[in-house]
Design a protein around this ligand. Structure first.
Ligand code: ARG
Length: 426
């Protein structure tokens, strides 16, 4: 039955408006449920939603729906928690690589963010971490979404990425006379502590650093370590004092180990893992966010996106190795989450990484958890997102068929609810 809430939400989405959580009670009914925590799917779930949060979850018809209430009946669809991505760049686009990025102004980047936030939400991703944006455009985007001005996922944002002069986060494209420098550049422990404090002052939810060179920067090598231990510890200590997590970009083995030893919460990319790095991640409980879909995209499309030959060559250096590292980390039981680096490939295709995570060693259930409850743990948000469980936000998606049979069906999500509000129901 088509409920009043559903109708209203559809109208509001059509108007491009966000509807704050409905105060009414709403019931959601489906054929199956993967709740993000249990090891098995559950039949005939019924979810009672109050004020945008999950109030009660019934399994196998155990929860009766009273008469006269609003019901969204999803038939035999499978419901899951809204997906989560630990690594996106909503203010950038896939086709602004290399020198093309230089003509994108900060206001334009902010507008990119509006368009890409909508695409990401419509793809079923209801919470994502935006890890790196100059000009604090990510903070404006998060606030606009929270204020209900534009539709988008729940955002945890870092503000500008922090790195040293000429590091992966810096603007290395122009000659000296242009004096181009990225917002997050700082050198030495105290300058880096000051950057952390500044990011927090202007609203960051987490801190992002680049502990090695990277694929898409100019003049860095993927193996090169870019921080001293002293600098890393300074950043981590400063962030942790204020209860913020630290996400460290690192491809090379030494850089990964330094970051883990310094106490970062997640290593992003984590491409070149050896046995010791894997053991360190296990011992420290460090999460690994490994973007194993975009290798295919960059090798096939990179040239068209503006990427320099240097960038494509570096992608060749990390791609295969990263996938092998992924397999070994999963096998060893490291906490590997879904982090896709959206903006390397077009926003909204985040779900494509799930099938690669299964191809390189996860079970479909593991991949779903890596994209939901495990990410919630990394984000420090296990109390309110990442599972269909009483108390958490009603961030719920539905798909036709069973993702445990074919994980790729999560690439096309026909039903998206965030905070009890339906944003999409096809
Ligand atoms: N932002 C990352 C970098 O520039 C992307 C790496 C993409 N490649 C990969 N295989 N994960 O380094």
């Amino acid at each position: 039955m088509r409920s009043k809430n559903l109708f209203l939400a559809t109208v509001f989405v059509f108007l491009g408006l966000n509807l704050s959580a409905s105060a009414d009670t709403l019931y959601l009914k489906a054929g199956r449920m993967i709740d993000g925590l249990s090891d098995r799917a559950i039949d005939n779930p019924v979810v009672r939603i109050e004020d945008g949060r999950i109030a009660e979850v019934g399994r196998n018809n155990s929860l009766a729906i009273p008469g006269g209430v609003d019901v969204i009946d999803l038939g035999n669809r499978t419901i899951l928690p809204g997906l989560m991505d630990a690594h996106v760049h909503l203010t950038s686009n896939h086709d602004d690589k290399g020198y093309r990025g230089l003509i994108v102004s900060l206001p334009r980047a902010a507008i990119n963010g509006v368009a890409n936030a909508r695409k990401t939400l419509m793809a079923g991703f209801t919470t994502v971490r935006n890890v790196g944006a100059d000009g604090f455009s990510d903070i404006a985007l998060r606030d606009a979404i929270n204020d209900g001005d534009v539709p988008g996922p729940r955002l945890l944002v870092s503000g500008p990425t922090i790195c040293g002069t000429g590091g992966h986060c810096d603007n290395n494209f122009l000659p000296k006379e242009y004096n181009a420098q990225a917002d997050g550049v700082a050198n030495g422990p105290w300058a880096m502590r000051a950057k952390v404090r500044e990011n927090i002052k202007y609203g960051a939810d987490l801190i992002k650093i680049t502990a090695t060179g990277g694929v898409f920067s100019k003049g860095t090598t993927v193996g090169g370590r870019h921080f001293t231990m002293e600098e890393l510890i300074a950043v981590v200590e400063e962030a942790h004092l204020r209860d913020l997590k630290v996400a460290a970009h690192a491809h090379g083995t030494e850089g990964i180990k330094y970051a883990i030893r310094a106490g970062v919460d997640s290593v992003e990319h984590a491409s070149m893992l050896d046995g010791e790095a894997i053991q360190l991640a296990k011992d420290h409980g460090t999460f690994l966010s490994m973007d194993i879909y975009n290798t295919e995209y960059t090798l096939a499309e990179g040239e068209k996106t503006g990427a320099l030959p240097e960038n494509i060559e570096k992608e060749r250096q990390v791609g295969t190795v990263q996938r092998e590292s992924f397999r070994r980390a999963v096998e060893a039981g490291v906490k590997v989450v879904l982090g896709s680096d959206a903006a390397i490939y077009p926003h909204g295709d985040n779900g494509k990484q799930l099938s690669r995570m299964v191809r390189f060693g996860m079970t479909p259930m593991q991949a779903v958890k890596a994209a939901t409850s495990l990410n919630a743990e990394l984000f420090g948000r296990a109390q309110d997102v990442g599972a269909i469980e009483a108390g958490r936000y009603a961030d719920i998606i539905a798909v036709d068929g069973d993702p445990l049979d074919d994980i790729s069906i999560l690439e096309t999500v026909p039903f998206v609810m965030k905070g009890g509000v339906v944003y999409k129901n096809e």
